[in-house]
Design a protein around this ligand. Structure first.
Ligand SMILES: [Zn+2]
Length: 394
């Protein structure tokens, strides 16, 4: 895969993801999930496509903004989008995070009292005591205060997401008048990231198969992208810049450091996106269960993400959430509950045949973790091995 860097610069307030917290309240995400970006690009490309009639497609029961180059000809496609249009289903996207930063690992903790006190990562300590977790790892800040888990993205110093709440009246779709009593509130993000109103940016990767990248250039600059669903009319205008970049070198030294610290041949993987998992719920804090859930994660990585057959998951330290979705079927609405591993979750993997593990890791490093035939991929962080560890808390 050839790597391009995607930079999204919001030009208006935005509501990403439209995550519904309560019945009538929505709050933006702090990053652009890969599927949302993919959908926004498909829409952008088709809206600029002279040979495409949105209304007709909708009438004929097709998905409104779905690029199908068998159904829709290339004639009428805006020149700069032609390579995208023709190869859209083979493009892979990563989530775009604020300024391209990583997510805090679930094992990273900071002082409860003072944010400026140094953070500590306990992954290696948790890992080494994984079979005696009830004994616990002593956790305290250098000042003696208790620690709390760090969460969210590692925003650059002095930058953060500014949010604002707006209230809207719902429209009756049919009569086009405001529906009685249908107020809803949106917590939207501002397009700047500090008091000086420095523009906010979301940065992620586009991955293009080599044989396609050799023939076409996917570099693009466009001001017409809009990210968000129907409730976000007037929000989410973004510039997109796509430029070719070199891949980072494989982090061999950091893997070697981890292995020297824990005394085996394992490698920790840090998830930087939401990973849907089709596994039953189990309690990771129960040390008797460790074999069960590690085996389940390993099977899942083999089936879904091309991990080598002898892959073992030796430890997992995750955060999870459940989401309830409804699928509209022919007869009835079907409820589906999906479990997700949250960004910052860690899976520690190992294998008998080191060669096979190594080439799988190199593949993840270069192109992320493919979990679906379409581009809604979830990646492990480009720098997926923990950078720093402190060991003075044991
Ligand atoms: Zn402290």
């Amino acid at each position: 895969m050839i790597r391009y860097k995607i930079t999204l610069t919001p030009r208006s307030p935005f509501l990403i993801g439209g995550h519904q917290l309560r019945d009538n309240h929505y709050e933006t995400l702090e990053y652009v999930p890969a599927p949302n970006l993919q959908a926004a690009l498909a829409r952008r490309i088709l809206e600029a496509h002279g040979g495409y009639d949105v209304e007709r497609e909708a009438r004929e029961g097709q998905k409104r903004y779905y690029i199908d180059s068998e159904r829709i000809g290339v004639e009428g496609c805006e020149a700069k989008w032609i390579p995208w249009f023709q190869h859209f289903s083979q493009l892979r996207f990563t989530d775009c995070s604020p300024f391209g930063v990583e997510h805090f690992a679930a094992s990273t903790f900071g002082c409860k009292l003072d944010r400026k006190h140094p953070q500590a990562d306990f992954l290696s300590a948790f890992y080494r005591t994984r079979h005696q977790r009830s004994k616990g790892t002593r956790m305290a800040c250098t000042c003696g205060e208790r620690l709390e888990r760090k969460s969210g993205w590692k925003w650059p110093e002095g930058k953060r997401l500014f949010k604002r709440t707006v209230t809207r009246v719902a429209l009756d779709e049919r009569r086009r008048v405001s529906a009685d009593g249908q107020l809803f509130s949106l917590q939207i993000g501002e397009p700047f990231c500090d008091e000086q109103r420095t523009p906010l940016q979301f940065v992620g990767d586009l991955l293009v198969p080599e044989e396609i990248a050799q023939q076409f250039d996917f570099s693009v600059q466009d001001a017409g992208l809009r990210i968000g669903k129907h409730i976000t009319v007037g929000l989410g205008r973004m510039c997109i810049q796509v430029e070719k970049v070199d891949s980072e070198p494989f982090p061999s030294q950091r893997i070697a450091n981890w292995q020297a610290t824990v005394g085996d041949t394992s490698v920790p993987l840090l998830l930087n996106g939401m990973l849907p998992v089709e596994l039953p719920a189990f309690d990771e804090s129960d040390e008797d269960d460790i074999e069960t859930y590690c085996q389940a994660y390993a099977e899942w990585l083999k089936n879904k993400a091309g991990a080598p057959a002898d892959l073992r998951v030796t430890f997992a330290y995750t955060q999870q959430t459940m989401r309830r979705n409804f699928q509209n079927g022919a007869m009835a609405r079907q409820e589906q509950i999906t479990r997700y591993l949250l960004p910052g979750s860690i899976l520690v993997v190992d294998a008998e045949v080191q060669q096979g593990l190594q080439s799988w890791l190199e593949q993840i490093h270069a192109q992320g973790l493919h979990l679906s035939p379409h581009s809604s991929l979830v990646t492990l962080a480009p720098s997926f091995v923990l950078k720093e560890e402190r060991h003075d808390h044991e």
